[in-house]
Design a protein. Structure first.
Length: 136
């Protein structure tokens, strides 16, 4: 069950046709693969979170294009696609006093799925997950 740190970029976008496409185009033009995306829309604007599996930072691209962005570390891991797997993960983190602040993911329709977590202490969470759940 692989686990690693990745980057998440959070921006505000106007709630208009084409805004998301223009934002996503910045990543595509730089050859940066988006591995997760989530959004929350409120009236005329929205918050978009994009998780990328890239060694280099891309916040300068976003600020250069006029976006105010927040960059955070996230944990990306694969979980078995079976009942109770997410419960086990959340219990292990909670019992280690690690707060999950953002979570999104999906199953691949087979034996596993990807989960993206923003937590209160990502280094401690990596240690806990490697020790208590046998993830690498």
């Amino acid at each position: 069950m692989p686990v690693k740190l990745i980057r998440q970029y959070t921006v505000f976008l106007p709630n208009i046709p084409g805004a998301l496409s223009k934002f996503i185009e910045l990543f595509a033009n730089e050859g940066v693969n988006i591995i997760g995306i989530a959004s929350e829309i409120r009236d005329d604007s929205g918050v978009v979170r994009v998780a990328v599996d890239a060694d280099r930072k891309v916040s300068h691209l976003l600020t250069g294009a006029g976006f105010t962005t927040i960059e955070t570390s996230m944990i990306s891991l694969e979980l078995p696609d079976k009942p109770g797997a997410l419960l086990r993960l959340t219990k292990v983190l909670g019992e280690s006093n690690i707060n999950i602040t953002t979570v999104y993911g999906t199953s691949f329709g087979g034996s596993s799925g990807r989960l993206l977590l923003n937590v209160s202490d990502s280094e401690k969470a990596l240690e806990v997950l490697q020790a208590d759940m046998g993830v690498n």
